[in-house]
Design a protein around this ligand. Structure first.
Ligand code: AVJ
Length: 323
């Protein structure tokens, strides 16, 4: 016996292909060249990211899980929500901790995972349905930078944006994202936000440049994505992984450095780009935060910081914000 997975699509494969084409064209024509981080996550990229979360150097996932394991009950009680909306749902370990907390608080009725990846959503929904058969689960295929206003406005919602993914947005888009979040929250809804914290730069750089080279493969994967989707001829091995700490912006920057002088053709864009030897292209920023900065950015979006939890080492924070 199988039920049909409930899915609403605000984003089609054609929309995704069109935004990839536009972003790649814009990014590769810019000086310096750059690519947005949201295209890392095809099936291979998502699998590589899952491996990253288990690396000894990559502490954020474990730290956030420890916070949720310790405080899910309090989060659920404070939020008093019957609906968990999860932006960029990804793997379901964190989700389960929150759902368990809400179930213990006897408020849980609905789970709405939101992701750009149709297949990731289907997988998450299937696996959760086994352990949470009583929870009404409804996936939404959407881009959290574009479709927040379209999310279902049912019940009292806890909108979770975990993993520190907000750090992948630069300050302008981040302010716009938080304002859009605020606009979609009703008075009794809450935002649960995970942020990685500023710490020793050596540890930060190691977390993004692991000894096993998994992050390097993850970084180069965006070139495979472009090759496949846009008929490109990037040779990923001709680019070196770079991770550096930008102390002024307080973010980690990942780049791909062209090992040789080379020319890349992207047929579907009718675009040829030249890379100088040693030329670096930005592929991701991962901003790190301090409590006062988070509080200030939330306030600027009309959100009040209500609670702040960190892991014992103070590496990562999860906070609750109210409109
Ligand atoms: C899942 C986006 C939060 O920025 O730490 C991991 C992605 N990039 N290693 C992060 C990532 C390189 C990750 N986020």
């Amino acid at each position: 016996c199988r039920e049909v997975v409930q899915l609403t699509r605000y984003l089609t494969d054609a929309d995704l292909a069109a935004s990839l084409a536009r972003d790649v064209r814009d990014g590769l024509r810019r000086t310096p060249k750059s690519l947005p981080p949201k295209y890392f996550y095809d099936a291979r990229g998502s699998a590589l990211f899952e491996r990253i979360t288990t690396l000894p150097e990559y502490y954020p996932t474990r730290a956030e899980q420890a916070i949720l394991a310790a405080h899910a009950a309090e989060i659920a009680t404070r939020a008093g929500a019957d609906t968990l909306v999860e932006l960029g749902s990804g793997s379901s370990t964190k989700t389960r901790l929150l759902l368990d907390g809400m179930r213990a608080a006897q408020t849980l009725t609905r789970y709405i995972p939101v992701d750009v990846s149709d297949s990731a959503l289907q997988g998450a929904i299937e696996s959760l349905r086994v352990d949470y058969p009583d929870v009404d689960t409804h996936g939404v295929v959407a881009d959290f930078e574009r479709h927040l206003s379209l999310l279902p406005r049912v019940g009292t919602r806890l909108v979770a944006f975990l993993g520190g993914t907000i750090g992948n947005l630069t300050p302008g888009p981040r302010a716009r994202f938080l304002a859009a979040c605020r606009a979609c929250l009703g008075e009794s809804d809450r935002l649960l936000l995970g942020t990685d914290l500023v710490k020793n730069p050596d540890r930060l750089v190691r977390a993004y440049d692991d000894a096993a080279g998994v992050t390097a493969d993850f970084n180069r994967n965006v070139l495979h994505v472009i090759n496949r989707a846009l008929d490109g001829d990037f040779v990923p091995e001709a680019f070196e992984h770079v991770a550096l700490w930008d102390a002024e912006h307080e973010w980690i920057e990942m780049r791909l450095r062209s090992v040789v002088r080379q020319r890349v053709r992207i047929a579907r864009l009718d675009l040829t780009v030249e890379f100088a030897e040693g030329e670096e292209m930005r592929t991701e920023v991962s901003a790190k935060f301090r409590r006062d900065g988070v509080e200030r950015e939330l306030a600027a979006a009309g959100l009040a910081l209500e609670a702040w939890w960190t892991d014992p080492a103070g590496d990562f924070a999860v906070c609750l914000a109210a409109p």
